[in-house]
Design a protein around this ligand. Sequence first.
Ligand code: ADP
Ligand code: GN1
Ligand code: MG
Length: 346
Amino acid sequence: MLNKIASHFDVAKPVNKVATLGEGFINDTFIVETVNGPRYILQRKNKNIFTDIPKMMENIYNVTTHLKKKIVEYGGDPLQETLTVIPAIDDKLYYLDEEGDFWAMCLFIEDTIAYQKADTPELAYMGGKGLGKFQRLLSDFTIPLNDILPGFHNMRFRFEQWDAAVKNNAAKRVDSVKDEINFIESHRKEMLDFWQLVEDGKIPMRVTHNDTKINNFLFDKDGNVLCVIDLDTVLTSPCLNDFGDAIRSYTNTGAEDDRDLDQVSMDKAIFDAYKQGYLSEADTFMTETEKQYLDFSAKYITFEQVLRFLMDYLNGDTYYKIKYPEHNLVRTRAQRKLFDSMSAIL
Ligand code: ADP
Ligand code: GN1
Ligand code: MG
C-alpha cells in the first residue's frame, strides 16, 4: 500500500522499500528508499488538524523556494539546507488517496542528527543561531502566507477554546483536575496582557516556524543546524514564539512527558547559550520591545502548552496522539513543572 502511495510522486528511481520513521504527535512519517537513487520522506498529513492541506503545502513550497534562493546567494547547498518538496506526478504538491488522506513528499536529508534534547551549551548556541538564521532569511519573504491554523499561538483564541472545553466537560474530567484548572486561571491575565501587545501592534508579526522543538532542527556532524524541518506550521506570528517554544524543549532537563517531576526543570546554562546564539542572528531584525519580552516568551509558550495538553485531556484526547489514557495529563503536569522552574529562574 505504502509503495503504491510513494509511486504517485515524482521520484527519480523505482521505489524499493517504505518504512516507518520517527514518532511525531501529528503526522505519520515514513522513509522511502529507491533503487540506486535518493531517499525521501513520505508523510500522511493529519487532516483533522490541518483542514486545508493544499494551502499548507503551498505555504511550504513558497517558503522553501524563497529559502533556496537565499541559500544559493550565500553559496550554500539548497538541497541540504532546506526541504525540497517533491510534487506528485500530476504536479500537485500532494497526493489525495482513495480514502481521503493527503500525502506529501520531500527529499530525505542525509547525514544529519535529530536531537531529542540539548546536552551541551554549545549545541544550544548552535540551535539558537539556526533559528535566528531561519527567521532572518525569511525576514524579506513577501508572499502572503495562507493562515491554515488560525489563532495558533494567539492566547485570546486559546482561552476561547479553553472556556468551551471546561464548559463542555466532554470527557467528564473537569472535577479530577481542579488544581491544574486553577493554575491556568491564575495566569490568564498575565498571558492575555502579553497578547494585547501583539494586538496593539507593539510586537510585530513575522514569518515564523511555530513548532521549534529541538527535533525539528537537523544538525550536521560539526554541530551546526543544517536544515529546519517540519514546516507545516510556517505562519505569521511573533518571532518570540519560536524562541520560547525552542527554549521549552532545549532547556528541559527532563522529558516533555516526564512522570518523574523531579527530573523536570529549566537548565539556565542551556537557556543563556541558546539566547546568545539566537541573538547573534536575530539582533539584526528584532525591535527593542521584542528583545525585552524574549525571556517572557519561554513562559508564554510553555504556559500555552500546559493549556493545550490539559484542554486535550478535557476534550477526551482528540488532538495529540497519546500512548496511554493519562498521557495528556502527564504532559500537562510535566510542562507545568517546567513553567514553575522557568518562573523561578527568569
Ligand atoms: P511531525 O510533524 O509528526 O513531528 P516531522 O516532519 O517533524 O513530523 O518528521 C518526524 C521526524 O522525521 C523528524 O523529527 C526527523 O527526525 C525526521 N525527518 C523529517 N523530515 C526529514 C527530512 N527531510 N530529512 C531527514 N529526516 C527527516
Ligand atoms: C506538535 O508535530 P510536532 O510533534 O512537532 C504540535 C506543536 C506542539 C508539540 C508538542 C501542529 O508538534 O504545536 O508544541 O506537538 N504541532 C501542532 O510537543 O499542533
Ligand atoms: Mg516534528
